[in-house]
Design a protein around this ligand. Structure first.
Ligand code: ADP
Length: 212
């Protein structure tokens, strides 16, 4: 927080070399917070504290919230994410909006992270034709994932290429959290991706609506 204040120019005017150091402090603190949050999320799930909620939520509200969460990061890479909410999806669903939100934000953050500047990232929420599931579909035009990695990237601390930590940062925990939360919600994950052809993650979660 204090490093952000210093960088915003509201604190002391910093000489250029101090400004660069402050930028490093700020970026590294954000990475550290992200790592701690991932570890906490995973520990909570593994400790069995995840009793999925069955509460009403409005997908349209969540879409706006998720858009805000990703907007600045995407803008920095000259990416304008496209969000689509199917009109076929009921206005109110029953489920665990926190768990669904963690799934979506992890997928969106990866989509932006692994897509070069100027690429595309989309999020679609839509029901299956028989209305038995609703699907969260996140696509990107990024670096893609080779077929042999499609299973192991969902394991804790695994990355396609361990050198990716140096290039892209991250801990290899995001997709583990996505997988465990999807399992807890009785959902399914499908991945379509190939090197340099982008990636599409589809999460299907049983669709439930509140009874009046
Ligand atoms: P992290 O992003 O912290 O490395 P994740 O568990 O979220 O960890 O992802 C594991 C690995 O899967 C990433 O390091 C990357 O190699 C690969 N990956 C995930 N999402 C994408 C994506 N959208 N495009 C390309 N590779 C991806």
């Amino acid at each position: 927080g204090f490093s952000s204040i210093m960088l915003s120019g509201m604190g002391v005017e910093l000489p250029p070399h101090a400004l660069r150091m402050m930028e490093r402090i700020s970026a590294n603190s954000k990475n550290l917070i992200a790592i701690i949050n991932d570890i906490l999320d995973l520990s909570r799930i593994e400790a069995g504290f995840l009793q999925p909620a069955r509460l009403p939520f409005r997908p349209a509200h969540l879409m706006l919230k998720w858009y805000e969460q990703i907007r600045v990061l995407a803008q920095q890479k000259n990416i304008s994410p496209t969000f689509t909410l199917s009109p076929e999806l009921p206005l109110v669903l029953l489920g665990d909006e926190d768990a669904i939100g963690k799934i979506v934000t992890n997928l969106l953050l990866n989509a932006v992270k692994f897509t070069p500047a100027g690429g595309s990232v989309t999020l679609t929420l839509a029901p299956t034709p028989d209305l038995s599931y609703f699907q969260i579909i996140v696509t990107d035009s990024g670096i893609g994932i080779p077929a042999e990695a499609h299973d192991y990237i969902f394991e804790a601390f695994r990355q396609v290429d361990q050198s990716s930590t140096r290039e892209y940062g991250g801990t290899g925990l995001g997709l583990t959290i996505v997988k465990k939360l999807t399992d807890a919600l009785n959902g399914k994950i499908a991945l379509v991706s190939a090197p340099n052809e982008g990636s599409t993650f589809t999460i299907s979660i049983p669709l439930q609506t509140p009874t009046l």
